[in-house]
Design a protein around this ligand. Structure first.
Ligand SMILES: Cc1cc2nc3c(=O)[nH]c(=O)nc-3n(C[C@H](O)[C@H](O)[C@H](O)COP(=O)(O)OP(=O)(O)OC[C@H]3O[C@@H](n4cnc5c(N)ncnc54)[C@H](O)[C@@H]3O)c2cc1C
Length: 389
């Protein structure tokens, strides 16, 4: 099989035998189980519960978690493959798995104490969805301007405040949540906590009605004298900013993979349709104008994918990857928006209707330029690393 890497110096898109097997399994699952539900989930704005159970059964909710905690003991790259393949069928499915692996499990694996790992990781791999709560109404790009307060009272921290835009919140049992334990210390007061859904004073609030990734829940979180045991501080008090920066650096590669999957999904529909749709007596794919569009789209997808795979491989190799991750997220979200838009045009008027699948891909693509740092924030990171400013 040409895709199996046999030498140390191999093309970026070469996969090991295990990676090919894993990708093909996820692809088959996505085509057979996710794709048929995508339209209805989008219409209703609700994620199918049984699909989440299947994600757990397939090991997709604990890809990098060691086997001793019930995980698959895989690499970050496999999480990227899973997010890409799921997003090719449905971007909401992609983000459920993405947040679980690249943000929540990632933060727990890197920062949790041995006791916290023993308590939470077996749940994360068995049946508990995770959410990652940093943003607030007043702090998005300026994430460390957050207002949620954590005050130590006896053996507990008491948290007060509100979080906004929290992915997976409706389904989640565990939340990695950021609050400030010392507002006078600025970003050095920010602390990460592991919060369980049933902690007193914790409520999941309003669910947003969105343009795209409609099946993925995005909710407000309300903390009213929410009591969190001291031992649920993740990492050190005041080191939450470091946890947030470092997990989001990795998470961005996941969003890049989601966008590559979305672009591929739309491209495949457009390429097929162009060979079926006849105008002026022949398939529109016979016209060079359409051929060039299909070729341009495929070229951009290939470039985005190479960037995403390279950033993920760099992360797994223990190399610095922050610039590459920001570039991969920036570029793949641009490609996804362009490709999905062109896919609608290739479908003509039909593409503009909900009877055909491509308009959903276009709506789903839009979020790639917004969450886990807007495109301007990615450009700021890249510029800072290039210019040292
Ligand atoms: C569907 C969805 C899911 C999300 N999921 C999560 C989640 O799970 N957890 C979580 O914590 N957050 C989540 N978010 C929040 C998301 O990360 C923020 O929306 C994002 O960071 C942007 O913040 P904002 O919306 O406040 O926009 P703002 O920060 O207000 O930005 C508005 C505009 O100003 C620009 N801008 C801001 N500052 C600058 C600057 N210094 N220079 C140049 N331009 C600038 C931005 O690029 C943008 O174009 C989610 C959001 C959405 C929509």
């Amino acid at each position: 099989m040409p895709e199996i890497a046999t030498q140390t110096s191999t093309p970026l898109t070469s996969l090991t035998e295990d990676e090919v097997l894993f990708r093909d399994n996820v692809r088959q699952f996505a085509d057979e189980k996710v794709r048929p539900l995508a339209r209805e989930m989008d219409e209703k704005g609700v994620f199918d519960k049984a699909l989440i159970t299947q994600f757990f059964e397939l090991g997709l909710m604990g890809i990098e978690v060691p086997e001793q905690y019930g995980g698959a003991g895989g690499k970050f790259f496999e999480a990227i493959l899973a997010v890409e393949e799921l997003s090719r069928a449905d971007a909401s499915a992609g983000v459920v798995v993405d947040v679980q692996n690249t943000l929540v499990n990632n933060a727990l694996l890197r920062w949790a104490t041995p006791e916290q790992k023993k308590r939470y990781l077996p749940r994360m791999t068995a049946d508990t969805v995770g959410a990652y709560a940093l943003s607030e109404a007043g702090s998005g790009s300026d994430a460390f301007a957050l207002q949620t307060r954590a005050e130590l009272k006896g053996a507990d921290y008491v948290l007060n405040g509100r979080k906004l835009w929290i992915t997976n919140a409706k389904e989640a049992g565990i939340f990695v949540l950021f609050a400030t334990a010392d507002p006078t210390a600025g970003y050095r007061g920010i602390t990460a906590f592991v919060i369980e859904k049933n902690f007193p004073g914790f409520t999941v609030g309003k669910k947003e009605d969105k343009l795209g990734i409609r099946a993925s829940s995005t909710c407000e979180l309300i903390l009213e004298d929410c009591r969190v045991p001291k031992e649920n501080v993740l990492g050190e008090v005041g080191k939450g900013y470091k946890i947030a920066i470092e997990t989001l650096n990795e998470g961005r590669i996941g969003i890049g993979a989601q966008m590559v999957g979305v672009a591929r999904g739309a491209w495949e529909y457009a390429a097929k349709y162009s060979q079926e749709r006849k105008q002026f007596g022949k398939a529109i794919a016979e016209y060079q104008g359409i051929q060039f569009q299909i070729a341009q789209m495929a070229t951009e997808i290939e470039a985005a994918r190479l960037m995403v795979y390279n950033a993920a491989r760099m992360k797994d190799a223990g190399m610095p990857f922050v610039r590459e991750a920001a570039m991969a997220k920036l570029f793949s979200s641009q490609v996804a928006e362009r490709v999905t838009s062109l896919a609608i045009e290739i479908y003509g008027g039909y593409g503009f209707t909900k009877d055909y699948p491509v308009e959903k891909y276009w709506r789903d693509a839009k979020i790639g330029k917004i969450y886990e740092g807007t495109s301007n924030m990615q450009l700021a990171t890249i510029a800072k690393m290039l210019l040292g400013k």
